[in-house]
Design a protein. Structure first.
Ligand code: NAD
Length: 357
């Protein structure tokens, strides 16, 4: 069967990772990437063998830099079955008309408002909602990380309420403009932050609020999570459920900080030391009076990447089952510390009462 033709519009932190992730799947291929500046990332894209497209007014800049351009961004869009828009937050929405004009399906990222597409996406929680859809938004790194823990816990124990504080990285490692370089910035100072409500675009019935603080670090975000659960359970039950999820890594072995997780990624020889799984600190999981407390770290540069691949598969109807797609994506990308199984299969010895809704 012919591979699905995927175009990547915007080749920065997220775009370059989506391109590499698509390129290693056997049912889809990268037909081009679009960039506006002929910088080092463009040079690497050439080395990777990707065709480069740009804005008409930027072609000369690329040619002067010795980088061959295959055409304009519109030329690329015309050739694609689907475009993954990875342009900077709030800019991607301006491309909607172009995608519509050429009848091409499109995925936007979490930096766009929820109204950019009728569906917001997470692989575990609502794959079916994107099945065959034309326009979808893959939610932000933080919302993805929250959905991955809330969804299975809600299925098995019922989630009454979630309260989460996010300590956000100030910028990405390659970023030369963001901050702070000192101070902890309330972002926003008003409450709640948008992260909790954004979870409701995927799992609408969850009662969730959030607060966010920006910190001078580039490694990862940290979430301090408190959940009230409907059914009685122990910390070990929670570890069992979260440990059964292929995109959740229960972190232990002396790791107590985000810098050590990144070092762990380096030692595992992960590409770009990425950690696309949620890193839940195993020892932090505790349950008291029906309330769960835990810390998790989210690698902002990489956790949404496998979700983009699954989203492509759902939108192009390449695979009807999210479990199959998740495993396929994980295997090709070398991520996940266990196989994703349907929730009820992941925990065969689980008390039967927990499985009843
Ligand atoms: P980025 O700034 O690293 O990369 C954006 C790329 O798009 C750059 O290469 C830029 O040159 C290019 N670009 C700018 N304008 C363009 C245009 N008009 N047409 C084509 N290309 C254009 O941004 P990013 O961090 O990769 O973020 C992309 C999206 O992913 C945003 O919506 C963001 O909110 C979301 N996101 C980012 C992160 C993260 O931590 N970086 C995590 C999850 C989601």
């Amino acid at each position: 069967m012919a591979k699905a033709k995927v175009a990547i519009n915007g080749y920065g932190t997220i775009g370059k990772r989506v391109a590499d992730a698509v390129a290693c799947q056997d049912d889809m291929e990268v037909i081009g990437i679009a960039k506006t500046r002929p910088n080092f990332e463009a040079v690497v894209a050439v080395k990777r063998g990707f065709d480069i497209y740009t804005l008409p007014e930027s072609i000369e800049k690329f040619e002067k830099a010795g980088i061959k351009v295959a055409g304009t961004i519109e030329d690329m869009v015309k050739k694609a079955d689907i475009v993954v828009d990875c342009t900077p937050g709030k800019k991607g929405v301006a491309n909607a008309e172009m995608y519509k004009k050429y009848g091409v399906k499109a995925i936007w990222q979490g930096g766009e408002g929820k109204d950019v597409a009728p569906v917001s996406f997470n692989s575990v929680a609502n794959y079916d909602a994107a099945y065959g859809a034309d326009y979808v938004r893959v939610v932000s790194c933080n919302t993805t990380g929250l959905c991955r823990v809330i969804y299975p816990l809600d299925k098995l124990f019922g989630v009454k309420k979630v309260r989460v504080t996010l300590i956000r990285r100030g910028g990405d490692p390659g970023d030369i403009k963001s901050g702070p370089i000192d101070g902890l910035i309330l972002d926003p100072v008003t409450l709640p932050s948008h992260h909790g409500p954004d979870v409701n675009t995927i799992i609408p019935h969850i009662n969730i609020t959030s607060a966010a603080i920006k910190a001078p670090t580039t490694f990862m975000h940290v979430h301090v999570i408190n959940m009230e659960l409907e059914k009685e359970c122990t910390a070990d039950d929670v570890r069992l459920v979260l440990g059964s999820q292929s995109r959740i890594n229960l972190i232990d072995d002396g790791i107590t900080g985000t810098n050590q997780i990144i070092e762990y990624g380096r030692d595992l020889c992960r590409p770009r030391n990425d950690m696309p799984e949620n890193c839940v600190f195993k020892q932090s999981i505790s349950v008291s009076d029906g309330e769960l407390y835990m810390f998790q770290a989210i690698h902002q540069e990489s956790d949404v990447i496998p979700e983009n691949v699954d989203c492509i598969r759902a939108m192009l109807k390449l695979e009807p089952s999210n479990v199959v797609s998740i495993n396929k994506t994980n295997k090709a990308m070398g991520i996940g510390f266990c196989e994703q199984k349907p929730l009820w299969m992941s925990i065969p010895d689980f008390p039967e009462t927990f499985l009843k809704t």
